[in-house]
Design a binder for this molecule. Structure first.
Ligand SMILES: [Zn+2]
Length: 130
């Protein structure tokens, strides 16, 4: 849970360090954690997992939004109104969620494939941080 929480709060899953992104624009994640040295792209194609997380969460949000709209406004709601409700969310949410999807995917990946000492800065003590 601690690792997932760190992922959900834009922190490193191993050490909890912040500042994983170069700017607040947040589209440029650092290659390595500034504290423990974990390389975030742990294997080739690693970032596809973050894209998948983003796609699943964004799709679920849009589906929920459309479903709620159908419940609130009834099934006779014009398609244009549904699009007016869903499109801004469908465009903006994946962009805003991108940084979180990356750190969340890193956390999930750490749970599936625990970090080894060779992936971390030698000065970093894993046991003292977990
Ligand atoms: Zn770290």
């Amino acid at each position: 849970m601690k690792i997932l929480w760190r992922g959900m709060t834009l922190a490193c899953g191993v050490c909890g360090s912040r500042g994983l992104f170069k700017k607040w624009g947040m589209f440029s994640m650092r290659q390595n954690c500034p504290r423990c040295g974990l390389r975030f792209e742990r294997m080739e194609g690693h970032s596809l997992g973050a894209v998948a997380v983003n796609t699943v969460v964004s799709s679920a949000l849009i589906l929920t939004l459309v479903s709620l709209s159908l419940v609130v406004f009834g099934t006779n709601i014009p398609t244009s109104r549904l699009l007016l409700i869903a499109t801004p969310v469908g465009v903006l949410f994946p962009i805003l969620f991108d940084p979180l999807s990356r750190t969340l995917w890193n956390a999930v990946e750490l749970l599936m494939r625990p970090v080894s000492d060779s992936e971390l800065d030698p000065r970093f003590q894993i046991d003292s941080e977990r």
